[in-house]
Structures are given as C-alpha cells and as structure tokens.
Design a protein around this ligand. Structure first.
Ligand code: NAP
Length: 541
C-alpha cells in the first residue's frame, strides 16, 4: 500500500513531496481496522481492556507502538502523563535545545527525514518529526493523554496487569510495556536555603517561556549537555550570568552543518543516499564512542586523543588562563556524558559572564553564597541540574509490583539493577522495558528503541505461536545474562578508566553503570534478533 505523505516537518520543510512504501505491514487506524476485522479482537468477551498497555509516549513508547502496529499486534493503548507525544522533545523547550548527535542517526531507520535543516536538528524540528511519525504510523488514536501512571500491579489470579493512573483511571492488559525513558524526572539541586529564594526558579526541563530574562541577573547551575546549550543562548539577553560548575564536562568542537536545499533534494531524490549517510554516521559513532566506552581497556588511547582535542578547544576559545584550567575535566573522556559545542566556552570572555567553581554553600532570598563567603546577588535561578537516573523510583517512574507482591525497585535495591537483555525481569511476567538496565549501547537512542521493540514483538509473537498468554524470563537466564554483563563491565571505562572525580549519572548507588550496555550496538542488534526463546517460560493461564 502506498501513502501520499503530506504532513509538515517544520517551518522550513512544509511538505514531503513523494510517496513512501512501508517495508513491512501497512498501518491502519483503529477506526479503519474495526470496519474490516473484529478489532480489537473479541474485546467484549475478554477480561482485559487492551492486549497491551504502553506507559509513556516519548520516542521509545512511539517506537514500540509503531512496531506493534506493523507486526499486527495493534490492540494497545499508550498512557501519557503529558498533553502530547514526544517525551523529552515535548518537555524540553529551553533556548538552544538542539540534538547533540547527528540527526541522520537520531531518527527511525524506516522514517528518515531528508529535510533536516542541519546535521544537528533544533529541538522544535525534532518535535515536528515526532508528531509526523505519530500521525503517519497511526499511533495517535492509541494515545490517552493526562494519564500519569501511579502504579501497575500483576494480578496473579487473572494473569493480567492492572495499571492505575493518578487521576483514578484503571486499565487492565495482558502485557505491559514500560517506556518512561530515563531523563524524565527533573532533579532540582539540594542546596540549603533554596526554598527561601524569592526570585524566579526554573529547571531547564520545564522552561517558562512567559518569563522574560532581559536585564536579569542570573545564577545558572549545571554544566551538563543541557547547560552548555542554554547558557550561550541567554548570555546576550541577561544583565549578568554566573555559571556554577561543580564538575567540568568534556566538550568537543562542534561544526554547525546546515543542510542546504541541494543536500535536502539529494537526500529526498537519490535512492539510498540518506541511508548510506546514516550508516556511515552509525558506523563511526559505534566504532569511536562505543569502543571507547565499552572496550576502554583496549581503546583508552582514543579517549586521550579526544581529550587533547577538547583541551586545545578550551585554550583556543577562552582568554583567561585560570578559567581555561577550571574548565578542563580531571577524569577520563567518556566517564560522564560528553557533548559538542563551539558556543559555550566563548561565553566566559564576556564582561557579563563568569564561571564559578567554588562550591555553593547556600542560597538566600536574593543571592547565591559560595563556600569562600562570596555573595552573588541574582534575580533568577536556572537549574540545568539534570534528571533522576537509576535512583529508586526513577526507572520506572511508577510503582511496579510483580508476582508475590515484589516491588521492582526493592528487587533492584537488593540485587542491583539487572534485566535480561535490558528488557525483562524474573517474577514480572508479561512485562517488558524499553529502557531497562544495560539497554543502551548505540550512540543514538533510536538504536535502543529498535533492539528493545524487536525483543518485545519477538516475545509476543512467540507466545501467540505457542497459544500462550504468559511469558516470564527464567531466573537462570537472567542470572547468566547479568553475570555476562558484569564480566564485560570490567573492560568498560567505568571500571578500567579514571572516573573517580566524574560525578557521573552513569553510576548508580551500587557503583554499577546500568545506563550503558557493555557491547557494541551492532552486537545488540544481532542479539535482539537471535536470542533464544528457550530463555523464557511460556504458559497458558
Ligand atoms: P546532567 O548531565 O546530569 O548535568 C547536570 C549538571 O548539573 C551537572 O553539571 C551537575 O554537576 C550539575 N548539578 C546538579 N546538581 C548540582 C548541585 N547541587 N550543585 C551544583 N551543580 C549541580 O543533566 P543535563 O545537562 O540535563 O543532561 C542530561 C542528559 O540529557 C545528557 O547527558 C544527555 O544524555 C541528554 N541531553 C541530550 C541532548 C541531545 O541533544 N541529545 C541535549 C541535552 C541533553 P555534577 O556533574 O557535579 O553532578
């Protein structure tokens, strides 16, 4: 079936001027399906509201949904806490928001956008792309907005998941897919007196566009991947900006690469060109970044080379020698999420900007006070202080209770973060994670979406084939997987590198690094396609 694609992509790309053929199964909307088939199948007779509940309409929830639709498993609902789809790209709208890895790989393999305005697409373009995918692949009718999930409990008697929202709605399903991401819950800094501050406080993850920063004295806390994008965008506008850096970040120079109309036309018209460009990007990021992280023991020299580039970048861009020194990290490249920019460092050559590295002692009604006793008065406090990552209650963002009343957070607190192939956990039957422990290993989040959604549909299809409605990962399979992960971790930068001073969210409280899967992206791709179903228990209840 062929589709004329008319949906807009963004201000510069009003139309998509050609037709696309879906590689596998064409989508149909729920309404269309109900005219043709008994859809949703026998819902009235069944004991569940939906075959599958997906929690979260960010990129991973949308990716899971598209895969389910394309594989003919379209009886599902997506519960989204916000008012629209997009997750990170819906919540984050701070000035300067840009995809900091090439958009050629930061997109679905089956839905490439020839009209990216540049190699690193701005946030609004990314959001427009998400909206386009949601509409084109028929995901929108499955969405239920303003549905913040409070808890999900496995009912052993009925073999169903019961998901409850904070507003009191209840959804029952055979399968549950968690897609709440990992940069979901904004983390405000714990600083004495912060609640007494009388000016405006904003977290970058919840930017208030109605607030005018013009002429304000700003205290800006945080120099992670977000802070380094936002600071240069507001420095011009404000009266003064003090940037509080606790741990320096490794920053590679970023060459802005706008795609001219010629490039866009070439991507749109030359068969395979964009696919080839995407493969090249993935190949190099996998080879350079992932080798550096997961095989650091052997490829540590790559990191040293990158560190030299970063240090030169600082020295070339910052005039004051003391500021140069303060901006150079003291841990190995890769221990903490690095980023790209050529706009951040020059801010510190401005008259109205300063870098503060003395630790914050307290916040008063109108100022930030550092340990050395300096008082810096401010009108506005901006916190680019990140998100709760692999802390109790952050993955997943709701209470999840499996067999025998086991809470997944308690299980992980006692046994460390673990999940078979980053997807499934013993005692949590029919439950699948998009982002689970050790599930990300490609340089693009979309790589993880592909592997995790493949894992999900392979399991659901295997259950159908066996006339089963109960799937649980065997404890022995999960234990073996966890052991393998732990032995591979020894080669990673997190164990082999010098990360002591990195203060990195890659580490959890156990000292493990469950954010990164210690394999190459390509290996994860292969494993998701070929892992043995014998690792699972299938049953009919
Ligand atoms: P982050 O990397 O966790 O950085 C938070 C920053 O706030 C760090 O510099 C941290 O210092 C600082 N901080 C936190 N609490 C503090 C306190 N009490 N006092 C002083 N400083 C404090 O968060 P982020 O910058 O929002 O980035 C999160 C992730 O978002 C990135 O790693 C990346 O994966 C993603 N991101 C992606 C893109 C993209 O385009 N793809 C763009 C932006 C962000 P310490 O380092 O000392 O903890």
């Amino acid at each position: 079936m062929r589709y004329d694609k008319r949906a807009g992509y963004g201000p510069k790309c009003p139309r998509y001027p050609f037709t696309i053929t879906l590689a596998k199964r064409p989508f149909m909307t729920e309404a269309a399906l109900s005219h043709v088939f008994d859809y949703p199948p026998q819902r009235i007779k069944r004991e569940v509201d939906f075959e599958t509940v997906i929690i979260g309409a960010g990129l991973s929830g949308i990716g899971a949904a598209i895969r389910l639709i394309r594989e003919g498993l379209g009886d599902f609902v997506i519960l989204e806490k916000g008012i629209d789809a997009g997750g990170t790209w819906q919540d984050n709208t701070y000035p300067g928001l840009t995809v900091d890895i090439p958009s050629l790989s930061y997109s679905f393999s089956f839905e490439q956008n020839p009209f990216w305005s540049s190699l690193y697409a701005p946030g609004p373009e990314m959001k427009a792309y998400v909206d386009h995918c949601v509409t084109k692949y028929g995901v929108r009718p499955h969405m239920r907005y303003n549905m913040e999930v409070a808890d999900a409990t496995y009912d052993e008697q009925r073999n169903v998941w019961v998901t409850r929202t904070k507003s009191g709605a209840t959804f029952t399903s055979r399968y549950l897919v968690s897609a709440t991401g990992f940069l979901t819950i904004p983390k405000l800094p714990v600083i004495e007196g912060i609640e007494k501050f009388k000016g405006k406080v904003m977290h970058t993850g919840r930017w208030d566009h109605s607030y005018d920063l013009t002429g304000k004295r700003v205290g800006f806390i945080g120099t992670g991947a977000t802070g380094i994008q936002a600071v240069p965008e507001i420095a011009d506008k404000v009266k003064s900006i003090d940037v509080y850096q606790r741990t320096a970040i490794w920053l590679l120079p970023k060459k802005e690469m706008p795609f001219s109309p010629r490039w866009q036309a070439a991507f749109a018209k030359v068969p395979g060109l964009q696919r080839l460009a995407r493969l090249v990007v993935i190949f190099f990021t996998d080879i350079i970044m992932i080798n550096l992280l997961v095989f650091n023991k052997y490829f540590g020299f790559v990191g040293k080379k990158l560190e030299r580039i970063c240090v030169n970048h600082i020295r070339n861009q910052v005039k004051d020698p003391a500021t140069q020194e303060a901006l150079i990290p003291t841990y190995d490249f890769g221990c903490k999420r690095p980023s790209f920019t050529s706009k951040f460092y020059p801010v510190f050559n401005r008259e109205n900007a300063s870098l503060v590295t003395n630790p914050i002692d307290r916040i008063t009604e109108n100022a930030i006070v550092t340990k050395d006793g300096t008082v810096r008065e401010i009108d506005t406090l901006i916190c680019a202080t990140g998100f709760e990552v692999f802390q109790k209650g952050s993955v997943p963002t709701y209470k999840l209770v499996g067999k025998n009343g086991l809470d997944i957070s308690d299980f992980w607190e006692e046994n460390r973060y673990q999940a078979f192939e980053g997807s499934t956990v013993p005692n949590f039957p029919n439950f699948f994670m998009m982002f689970g422990p050790y599930s990300v290993c490609t340089a693009s989040w979309f790589g993880m979406i592909d592997t995790q959604s493949k894992h999900l549909v392979r399991c659901l299809k295997a259950a159908k084939k066996r006339h089963a409605n109960y799937i649980e990962i065997k404890k022995s399979a999960n234990d073996a997987n966890f052991q393998k992960v732990q032995s591979r971790t020894k080669l990673t930068i997190f164990k082999a590198g010098n990360c002591a001073t990195s203060n990195s969210y890659y580490f959890d409280r156990h000292g493990d690094s469950p954010t990164i899967r210690p394999t190459l992206g390509f290996v994860h791709w292969l494993t998701s396609r070929f892992f043995s179903m014998n690792n699972y228990i299938f049953d009919s209840k």
